[in-house]
Write a protein of this length. Structure first.
Length: 91
C-alpha cells in the first residue's frame, strides 16, 4: 500500500498489523489518498489489539483516510465485520 502511493485506492485489513517501520514511511512518503477499513477483534490472541492500534495510528498520521472498528471477537472475521467492510466499499 505505501510502497507505491497513489496506486492503491481502497484497502481492507482484518486483524492485521503494520510493521514497525514500513519502508515507504521511513522514506518520508505518505498514505494520502488511500482509503482503508481496518477491523480487529478485541480478544485476538494472535495479533493483540494494541498492535493494531499502533499501526492504525501510524497510517492516520501518514494521511490515510482510515475507518477503524473493533469487534468482541478473537482472531477471525465476524459477520458484522463483513457487513461493515462492504458498507465501507460501497461508500
Amino acid at each position: 500500500m505505501l510502497a507505491n502511493p497513489g496506486r492503491v485506492s481502497d484497502v481492507l485489513v482484518f486483524s492485521g498489523f503494520l510493521i514497525a517501520s514500513p519502508p515507504a514511511l521511513a522514506q518520508g512518503k505518505t498514505a494520502a489518498g488511500v482509503r482503508g477499513f481496518w477491523g480487529h477483534g478485541t480478544r485476538d490472541p494472535s495479533i493483540p489489539l494494541a498492535m493494531a492500534k499502533k499501526g492504525r495510528q501510524r497510517l492516520l498520521e501518514a494521511g490515510a483516510d482510515l475507518e477503524t472498528k473493533n469487534y468482541e471477537i478473537g482472531h477471525w472475521i465476524a459477520p458484522e465485520e463483513i457487513r461493515d467492510a462492504m458498507s465501507f466499499l460501497e461508500r
